[in-house]
Design a protein around this ligand. Structure first.
Ligand code: PGA
Length: 286
């Protein structure tokens, strides 16, 4: 098997949403590590494929213990825009780092729609995450209504622009800016494809993702080093399954997947990671 390595690493992240208590988290990880263990499977490293689990807050600590030294990253689903103080119910970036979280989702459509997070809150959360040393996966995506009136590209452009507004005002920006493509990833998740079993056709997802990349280019050009937008990973999310991932990952600009429902079963999630490897590999017949 010959591995074709893209310039950008691939990331397959499993967002568990409000599922799995501590016991279930531990059981999942034990099972999952039997199926996928990046430390002992060099193909994945050679193909530049990374995996991440994103459990609920209460399962993070248990997951961190199980995942330490496996090479599998640990993410959180949300963070507070605040650092500390009288903010009942909130969890800070530092608290997430303390339990071993490397990455946090920002602006998932469920946070935007159900919990009414607006673009300015998302902007504050993104700055807080990056400024505190966490990596962030910024989510964006359009509703069915927006798509039906051909508003997808404008909508997403605006989401990106507002999320990144004044990002260079983060105190330690010069440090962050040097490694921005490691710190920031984007997930394009059309809302109508999330949890519905309907996926966005791969060429269309790729087209939107290319537009996101050119928007990143124009927003980041004055703030960061040249070409950074080409290095930033952009994932697709929305009903990704083991039988959709290969086709999705073959697209030029899709660098991985943010997986909800299909990340809840070790077998499905490991098969998605295997599919990503397949897509990045070509058989040479020996
Ligand atoms: P889904 O969720 O894979 O269940 O559609 C994706 C997401 O919300 O990140």
């Amino acid at each position: 098997m010959r591995i074709l390595v893209s310039m950008r690493k691939a990331l397959i992240a499993g967002n568990w949403k409000l599922n799995k208590n501590i016991t279930e988290t531990k059981e999942f990880i034990d099972e999952f590590l039997k199926l996928y263990n990046p430390n002992s499977q060099e193909d994945y490293q050679a193909a530049g494929i990374e995996a991440m689990l994103i459990p609920t807050f209460t399962s993070l600590s248990a997951a961190a213990k199980k995942l330490s030294e496996t090479g599998i990253e640990l993410g959180a689903q949300d963070l507070s825009e605040h650092g500390s103080g009288a903010f009942t119910g909130e969890v800070s970036a530092e608290m997430l780092s303390e339990v071993g979280v490397s990455t946090v989702l920002v602006g998932h459509s469920e946070r935007r729609e159900i919990f009414k997070e607006n673009d300015s809150v998302i902007n504050a959360k993104l700055k807080r995450a990056l400024g505190s040393g966490l990596k962030a996966i910024l989510c964006c995506g359009e509703s069915l209504e927006t798509r039906e009136v051909d508003g997808t590209d404008d909508w997403i452009s605006k989401q990106i622009e507002l999320a990144l507004e004044d990002i260079n005002e983060i105190e330690n920006w010069s440090e962050i800016e040097n490694s921005l493509s490691e710190k920031l990833s984007i997930a394009y998740e059309p809302i109508w494809a999330i949890g519905t079993g309907k996926t966005c056709e791969s060429p269309e997802a790729n087209r939107v993702i290319k537009n996101i990349r050119s928007k990143l280019e124009s927003v980041l050009a004055p703030l960061s080093k040249e070409g950074v937008a080409d290095e930033i990973k952009i994932l697709y999310g929305g009903s990704v399954r083991p039988n959709t991932i290969e086709e999705q990952m073959k697209e030029s600009d899709i660098d991985g997947a943010l997986v909800g429902g299909a990340s809840l079963k070790p077998e499905d999630f490991s098969n998605i990671i295997k599919g990503a490897l397949e897509a990045r590999s070509t058989c040479t017949g020996g």
